[in-house]
Design a protein around this ligand. Structure first.
Ligand SMILES: *Cc1c(COP(=O)(O)O)cnc(C)c1O
Length: 222
């Protein structure tokens, strides 16, 4: 079933788009089924679960950290994480840089912006992001690959579309100001099970899809 769902989604997205299969709360065997089918990008939102799955599952898997990350937990994932989507504070970026250095790595990161109308503590303002990017040379063990955001959980398609459009605008502004001659800043991580078709129309390059692949999760929190 997991393999069929993956195939359906992959057949409907452009080949340059990365599909991150969000496996949070799902058992190892569901991930293994997708992996056997050739899928290697998986997303988790909790450090402990991410580390446990990393230890048990094939090392070829590319683990994306998509949830809020506390600075004191960065050290557990720095040796292996493929990409961190949720940089929402300069202090976090600084810690990732430090732990990446210890692990002898350069860790790809995305800057998270709060584009939805729901309350959230997480996400940078554009001013904070610009301030941070003016010092990006101080963080040689991270490479900032782009931006990430989540739209409001609503049926209002036009509202969702306008939020994705806002994220794309933030991306373009930062790209022009700080990365005009750097191809690394190229990713826009937006779109989940319910809204990824809209996200793709608005320029998403990474979609993070969970329930449409693995089925509903057994808790009500999104
Ligand atoms: C859970 C989660 C997703 C996937 O959500 P679905 O609606 O199951 O596709 C995507 N992004 C983030 C940050 C998440 O926490």
């Amino acid at each position: 079933m997991v393999a069929d769902n993956l195939k359906k989604i992959k057949n409907n997205i452009p080949s340059h788009v990365t599909l991150v299969a969000v496996s949070k709360t799902k058992p190892d065997n569901a991930i293994a089924e997708a992996y056997k089918d050739g899928h290697i990008d998986f997303g988790e939102n909790k450090v402990q679960e991410l580390v446990e799955k990393y230890e048990k599952l094939p090392k070829e898997i590319r683990w994306h950290m998509i949830g809020h990350l506390q600075t004191n937990k960065v050290k557990y994932i720095a040796p292996f994480v493929y990409m961190i989507h949720s940089v929402d504070k300069e202090k976090l970026l600084k810690t990732i840089n430090k732990e990446a250095k210890k692990a002898n790595r350069v860790i790809p990161c995305l800057l998270q912006f709060h584009i939805a109308s729901e309350e959230s503590k997480y996400g940078l303002s554009v001013d904070e992001a610009e301030d941070m990017l003016s010092r990006k040379a101080e963080y040689p063990h991270v490479v900032i690959r782009g931006v990430m955001g989540m739209a409001t959980f609503t049926d209002d398609q036009e509202k969702i579309r306008s939020e994705f459009r806002l994220l794309k605008e933030i991306y373009s502004t930062l790209q022009q100001k700080y990365y005009s001659d750097d191809k690394n800043f190229s990713e826009i991580s937006m779109g989940m099970s319910e809204d990824y078709p809209i996200a793709l129309e608005e320029g998403s390059t990474i979609i993070r899809v969970g329930s449409a692949i693995f089925g509903e999760r057994n808790y009500s929190k999104k």
